[in-house]
Each structure stands twice: as structure tokens, then as C-alpha cells.
Design a protein around this ligand. Structure first.
Ligand code: ASP
Length: 314
């Protein structure tokens, strides 16, 4: 099957303030350009989503790679997944602390390992053995995030003194940023792929893994249904296995646009979750939806390119 290529990107869904909109649109547009270069020359959807996500991991605007949120101990801990819709091969890494581009390690796992998922030191060892240089955790930390964690923990101490309930205090608040990044692509051979990369949530407990790098939760791709990538509060998204749930709606005959919107309704109604999703099927139909005030998104087809922070119909 041959197809006209399509690429869709997201860069987090939350109540993004006005002064951060430009940086997000620039970031997703740069990622779109990098992924499109691959698709345009006949490259694979898998290569396209990897290259697009690398650009956003390198961009400090986003909660992925350098510039990610810090965990409770003041460290960056990263998760990423990449999945090939043609073969269902996937590669995932969780809780890595010494990789600038976790999606590159995830891709190596997909291509060169009989396993699907590696965590922590094992993932870093695998990456190093496959030619990916390690960095120090300090290389991934930027002053903005040190200050953000400090302010957050100080506010938590105040709340504790006031006797307030601190369960999931940041993660269930859509005004706290969700800047996870993701991409879905359709290539000229008619194959689809997806990738998602994140630093997780602010002040997360060390070792906490979110939805982003789990197959079917934050990322999924199957030529027989769809490619999807999510962002938002990870715990509710995981409980619904939301990316796969959405892909299943498409294999049942629904369009990605409707399915993406339904996924957001389901997330809200069933578990009071918030976030956003991008979806793409093999026919090139796209779905972009969020139940947060804003989500950074961009897409490109042979005929059209668009980017924004609010998707009509959401
Ligand atoms: N879903 C991510 C997580 O919970 C966070 C995000 O999308 O910003 O790890």
C-alpha cells in the first residue's frame, strides 16, 4: 500500500499561560520539520517519529530530555516509548537518569533487542553498549526546574502545616504543566508509528513511572488500528490504557477525530483525568483532542500544515 505521508506532533496539554504559547508552537513546528524531512524523502514513519521527538527532547520548553521536571530528590528521571505499527515491535525505557535522548535508546531496544522494555541502570547499560553516550544527571537539569521544585516543595510544606491533604497535589491540577512530547506518523509505504517521551510529573517519587512509556497507555501503534500518543496526568491515563482504547475505537470503524474526542470524554468521566491525545490511522485521518484549556499540537500533510494550542471542537 502506498500513501501520502502525514505527521502529527504534540507538546503537552495543560493550562499553558499566554507567555509560553510561542515557545511551544515553535517547538512543535521544529519537530514537525525534522520528522517531515524523513517522510518526504521516503523514510519510515518510525524514523520520522524518532527524529521529531529528539528535537523536543533537546528543547528545554518541554518536559522531556534536558529541562524536564525534577523528582522529589531533585533528579531528572525520564521515560520514553517508540512503537512500529507494521510489526508491533516496540522499545521502551523507564526511570533513566543519564540519557539526553531516551527515545534514541528506546529505538535501539526496538531494533536490536529481543526485549521490549528496560529500566534504570539496565536501560542505560543497554544504551551505552549500543553506542549511545551517557551524560550526567546534572546535564539534564536547568535552573528553571530547580527553582520550580523548590517553590513547589515550599508550598507543600506550608500546606502540610495547615493540615491539608497532600495526595496527588500537583498531578491532578491542570494548571500544573504537562509538557510531555509525542509524535505519530504515516509513511509512503502506508505504515504508521508512534513515540512519546517525558520527564514525568513534578516532584514525583523516585522510581515512579507514568503512562507515557507504557505500551497502550501513553503510546501505541498498530497498522490494523491507529497510532496514538497521549499527554496529561499519567495515573488516570494508565488506568484506562487510553492509547489502545482509542486505537480500538478506530479498528471498530470510527474516525480518529471522533475517537480522540471520545477518549478525552472517557478520561474525564471515568477517572476524572485530564490531558490530550493525537491519533492517526493508515488512511491519513487525524485526531487531535484535549480536555485541558490548551495543548501544543502541529500536523503536516502534503497539502496542509497547521499548529496551535487550542484544537477546535475541544
Ligand atoms: N503523562 C506524563 C506522566 O504522567 C506527564 C505529562 O504528560 O506531562 O508521566
Amino acid at each position: 500500500m502506498s500513501a501520502d505521508p502525514v505527521l502529527v506532533i504534540h507538546g503537552g496539554a495543560w493550562a499553558m499561560p499566554d507567555d509560553m504559547v510561542d515557545a511551544h508552537i515553535r517547538g512543535v513546528t521544529n519537530a514537525l520539520a525534522a520528522g517531515w524531512r524523513v517522510l518526504e524523502r521516503g523514510g519510515s514513519a518510525l524514523d520520522a517519529v524518532e527524529e521529531a521527538v529528539v528535537i523536543m527532547e533537546d528543547d528545554e520548553t518541554f518536559d522531556a530530555g534536558r529541562g524536564s521536571f525534577l523528582n522529589r530528590d531533585g533528579k531528572v528521571q525520564l521515560d520514553a516509548l517508540i512503537m512500529d505499527g507494521a510489526t508491533l515491535r516496540a522499545g521502551g525505557v523507564g526511570c533513566v537518569e543519564h540519557l539526553r535522548n531516551p527515545v534514541r535508546a528506546a529505538r535501539k531496544i526496538l531494533s536490536e533487542s529481543p526485549h521490549v522494555y528496560f529500566v534504570a541502570e539496565g536501560a542505560e547499560k543497554f544504551a551505552a553498549q549500543h553506542g549511545i553516550p551517557l551524560c550526567s544527571n546534572g546535564d539534564l537539569i536547568i535552573p528553571r526546574e530547580v527553582e520550580r521544585l523548590r517553590a513547589y516543595q515550599a508550598a507543600q510544606d506550608d500546606s502540610k502545616a495547615d493540615g491539608k491533604d497532600l495526595f496527588a497535589p500537583a498531578a491532578d491540577d491542570p494548571t500544573i504543566s504537562h509538557d510531555t512530547v509525542g509524535a505519530v506518523a504515516l509513511d509512503r509505504d502506508g505504515n504508521i508509528a508512534a513515540a512519546t517521551s517525558t520527564g514525568g510529573t513534578l516532584n514525583k517519587a523516585p522510581g515512579r513511572l507514568g503512562d507515557s512509556s507504557l505500551i497502550g497507555c501513553g503510546c501505541y501503534a498498530d497498522n490494523e488500528s491507529a497510532a496514538a500518543s497521549t499527554t496529561g496526568w499519567g495515573e488516570p491515563i494508565m488506568k484506562l490504557v487510553l492509547a489502545k482504547w482509542t486505537a480500538d475505537r478506530i479498528s471498530a470503524g470510527n474516525l480518529p477525530e471522533w475517537s480522540a474526542q471520545e477518549a478525552m470524554n472517557y478520561l474525564k468521566q471515568r477517572v476524572n483525568g485530564h490531558g490530550g491525545i493525537i491519533v492517526l490511522d493508515r488512511q491519513g485521518h487525524i485526531g487531535i483532542a484535549h480536555n485541558t484549556p490548551r495543548m501544543a499540537w502541529a500536523y503536516k500533510t502534503v497539502k496542509k500544515q497547521e499548529a496551535g494550542v487550542v484544537r477546535e471542537g475541544t
